[in-house]
Write a protein that binds this ligand. Structure first.
Ligand code: ADP
Ligand code: AMP
Length: 218
């Protein structure tokens, strides 16, 4: 039975950073809805054109577009044993659709690690974030700097700062998180799947805790 892990947490909590590390450890694909949208924008696809305006404002892309994109991704062969979801679901409607999609694939959500970080830390994290052009590897200029400034340690591609990491957009993204995504915490708590992790610790400490809770659940 395929097993799915859903990473929850505010923007800047460390979901992408941790999902990349945990995916390697458990040999699962790391599926980031934000990365897929950015790839579509880069390639100027129809979906990318539709998503761009929402992302630039720090608003959510509408559910119908997001859900069909994720469904298509989860139906691919590399997800036959499961996957790590980072950034999806972000609304109750997305969470309900995910259950149906996974049931059709013969699977379910096995655990929902909620990476919790105080709000005042998030802006500092996002304003120092650098991302690689090739694969979205994540760095921070102080907390997780690349060996060579501006260059990805893993694939040598150029690092850039996301336009939506600019302070005003970050504030809107955090507001949207509290309005639309935060209710999922109660949803998954009620389902008995939520595991809260203190994300305000060094990256290596957070990953150890995550590996522990995930290995007990899958
Ligand atoms: P999210 O995917 O939740 O938006 P990221 O994984 O992209 O968050 O992390 C946001 C920024 O914070 C990145 O620059 C990352 O390097 C940095 N970061 C991630 N985890 C930690 C941590 N535990 N301590 C300090 N900085 C971190
Ligand atoms: P992220 O890379 O997770 O920070 O997401 C970047 C942006 O992509 C968000 O601010 C949204 O505009 C969009 N996005 C990513 N995932 C979703 C989702 N599940 N639902 C709606 N919009 C999303």
């Amino acid at each position: 039975m395929p097993k799915f892990i859903v990473f929850l947490g505010p923007p800047g909590a460390g979901k992408g950073t941790q999902a990349q590390l945990v995916a390697k450890e458990f040999d699962f694909p790391h599926i980031s809805s934000g990365d897929i949208f950015r790839e579509n924008i880069k390639n100027r696809t129809d979906l990318g054109l539709k998503a761009k305006g929402y992302m630039e404002q720090g608003d959510l892309v509408p559910d119908e577009l997001t859900i069909s994109m994720i469904q298509e991704r989860l139906e691919r062969e590399d997800c036959r044993d499961g996957a790590i979801l980072d950034g999806f679901p972000r609304t109750p409607a997305q969470a309900k659709s995910l259950e149906k999609i996974l049931a059709d694939l013969g699977g379910q959500v096995n655990i929902v690690p909620f990476i919790n970080v105080p709000e005042e830390v998030l802006v500092r994290r996002l304003s120092g974030r650098w991302i690689c052009r090739a694969e979205g590897h994540v760095f921070h200029e102080l907390h997780n700097p690349p060996k060579k400034a501006g260059i990805c340690d893993y694939d040598g591609s150029e690092l850039y700062q996301r336009e939506d990491d600019e302070e005003e957009t970050v504030k809107n993204r955090i507001k949207v998180y509290f309005q639309k995504t935060r209710p999922l915490i109660e949803y998954y708590q009620t389902a008995g799947l939520l595991k809260e992790i203190d994300g305000d610790k060094p990256i290596n400490d957070v990953v150890e805790e995550l590996k522990n809770v995930i290995s007990q659940a899958i």
